[in-house]
Ligand binder design. Structure first.
Ligand code: FES
Ligand SMILES: [Fe+2]
Length: 422
C-alpha cells in the first residue's frame, strides 16, 4: 500500500513540502507508483525507421531497448539479460539482427526471443525452455504523432486516454504538417545534480523565470521568446492528468530570431491553421510537460527531452532537436543550430536553468532548510476551467497554476494504487 503523499502537497494553498525532493523512501515510491505505471516517452518513430533499428533508453531507472523487428513491428523490452541480468544492448542506437549478451553469449532477436544459448545441448542437456526466457516486454506500447510511449502497467488506461486533452496540444508541436516531424542529429545526454521534478515543472509552467533567469540571453538578442516581451499575452493551461502547457497569445511571435525560420513559419501558416482548426486562433502552445517527465519546446528552439530520474538528487537529460519532415534543408539546419545553442549541455538556456535547479535541490539537504515549504501561490484563485481551451487555465499569462496541477497529480498518482480514482 502506497503511503499517502497528499499531506505533503497542498495544492489548494500552493504549498509543497520539500521532503519530496530528497527523501530516498519517497523517491523509491516514485519509481514504483509513477515510473512503473505511467506512460513514459521512449523515442521518436524516425529514430528507429528501418527493420532492425534500435534505441536504448530508460523507463525510470529501468534500462529499456526499443526495437523495430524484422516484421516492422515496434517493441520495447527490459534491456536485461534473462540469464544473470547483464545489460544486453550497450549501444545507444543502431541497426542489428540480434543482441548478444557480453557475459555468456545468450542471444536475443529484435523481437525479444531468445534465439541462441551457448552449450545449450551439453551444459543444459537441452532442458532449458528457450521460449520462456526471451527479453521481458513492456506491458503496453503505443505512439502518437510518431512519439513512442510505453508503460510497465498492464492495467494503465490506453495511451489515448492517458493523453486526454493533451493530444490537441501535442498536435501543435508534432502534428502541424501532414508528414509530421523527425528527430535530427544525435542525442544530447548529460547528468545534472537536480531532482527530476524541478525541470519537469519548469517546462510545464515557469513563464515567470524567463525574463529573469535568462536575462543575458534576452539582452544579447539570442532569444526569440515572446515571454520576454512586455506586452505578450497567454495562459498556463492544464489539459488534465498532470499534463501542462505554456501558451502565449495566437499573434505573439516566438520563433528563434533567424530569418529562414520566420519565413518558413509564414509560409506554412495557412496549412497549419487548416490542420489544427480554429482553436489555433485562440492560443499558441510553446512549451509543455507531459506527466511525468517528457517535455518539449517550440519557442526559442525546437527540442524534446526526457528527465530520467537518477536518485533523488540527480537527473539525466536526454534531449533531441526536432524539425518538420517537409521543412527545407536550410530551415532544418537553422533549427538544429538553435537547438544546440539554446537547449543542450552548453546551451544558453540550459546553462542558466541547471544552476537554479541544482541549488533548489541541494538546499533540501539542510534539516532546517527542508522545513521551509515551496511557495506555489502565484495566481491562486485566478484560474478555472476555460471553455475555449477545453482545459483548466490561468487567467493571467504568468501563474503557478500549472505547478499546482502538476504536484496535485503527482500526489494522486503517488497515493492511489489503482487507476479507478486517477
Ligand atoms: S548474463 Fe547474459 S548471458 Fe549470462
Ligand atoms: Fe529556463
Amino acid at each position: 500500500m502506497a503511503t499517502d503523499m497528499r499531506s505533503l502537497v497542498d495544492s489548494s494553498r500552493g504549498m509543497v513540502n520539500r521532503n519530496i525532493f530528497l527523501e530516498p523512501e519517497i523517491y523509491q515510491q516514485e519509481m514504483e507508483q509513477i515510473f512503473a505505471r505511467c506512460w513514459l516517452y521512449l523515442c521518436h518513430d524516425t529514430q528507429i525507421a528501418k527493420p532492425g533499428d534500435f534505441f536504448s533508453t530508460y523507463m525510470g531507472e529501468d534500462p529499456v531497448v526499443v526495437t523495430r523487428d524484422a516484421s516492422g513491428k515496434i517493441n520495447a523490452f527490459l534491456n536485461v539479460c534473462r540469464h544473470r541480468g547483464n545489460r544486453v544492448c550497450r549501444a545507444d542506437s543502431g541497426n542489428a539482427s540480434a543482441f548478444v549478451c557480453a557475459y555468456h553469449g545468450w542471444t536475443y532477436g529484435t523481437d525479444g526471443k531468445l534465439i541462441a544459448v551457448p552449450s545449450l545441448k551439453e551444459a543444459y542437456y537441452d532442458e532449458l525452455d528457450t521460449s520462456k526466457w526471451g527479453l521481458v516486454p513492456v506491458a503496453q506500447i503505443d505512439s502518437y504523432c510518431g512519439l513512442i510511449f510505453a508503460t510497465f502497467d498492464p492495467t494503465a488506461p490506453p495511451l489515448k486516454e492517458y493523453l486526454g486533452g493533451m493530444a490537441w496540444y501535442l498536435d501543435n508541436f508534432f502534428g502541424r504538417r501532414e508528414n509530421g516531424v523527425e528527430v535530427i542529429g544525435g542525442t544530447n545526454k548529460w547528468v545534472v545534480p537536480s531532482n527530476w521534478k524541478f525541470p519537469a515543472e519548469n517546462f510545464g509552467g515557469d513563464v515567470y523565470h524567463v525574463p529573469w533567469t535568462h536575462l543575458s540571453a534576452v539582452r544579447t538578442g539570442f532569444s526569440g521568446a515572446a515571454t520576454v516581451r512586455p506586452d505578450f499575452t497567454g495562459n498556463l493551461i492544464s489539459p488534465g492528468n498532470g499534463h501542462c502547457i505554456i501558451a502565449i497569445g495566437p499573434d505573439d511571435l516566438t520563433d528563434p530570431p533567424v530569418d529562414v525560420i520566420s519565413q518558413y513559419e509564414r509560409d506554412i501558416h495557412s496549412e497549419v491553421r487548416e490542420r489544427l482548426g480554429p482553436r489555433m486562433d485562440l492560443t499558441k502552445p510553446i512549451v509543455g510537460t507531459l506527466f511525468p517527465n517528457f517535455s518539449f519546446n517550440r519557442s526559442t528552439s525546437r527540442v524534446l527531452r526526457v528527465w530520467h530520474p537518477r536518485g533523488p538528487e540527480q537527473v539525466e537529460i536526454y534531449s533531441w532537436a526536432f524539425v518538420e519532415k517537409d521543412a527545407p534543408p536550410e530551415v532544418k539546419e537553422a533549427l538544429r543550430l538553435t537547438a544546440i545553442r539554446g537547449f543542450s549541455p552548453s546551451g544558453t538556456f540550459d546553462q542558466d536553468d541547471m544552476d537554479n535547479w541544482q541549488e533548489c535541490t541541494q538546499t533540501c539537504r539542510g534539516v532546517m532548510s527542508r522545513q521551509v515549504p515551496v511557495n506555489l501561490q502565484m495566481g491562486l484563485g485566478h484560474e478555472g476551467f476555460n471553455e475555449e481551451f477545453k482545459a483548466w487555465a490561468s487567467d493571467y499569462r504568468t501563474s503557478e497554476s500549472n505547478h499546482r496541477a502538476f504536484y496535485h497529480r503527482w500526489a494522486e498518482v503517488m497515493s492511489e494504487d489503482g487507476w479507478e480514482n486517477l
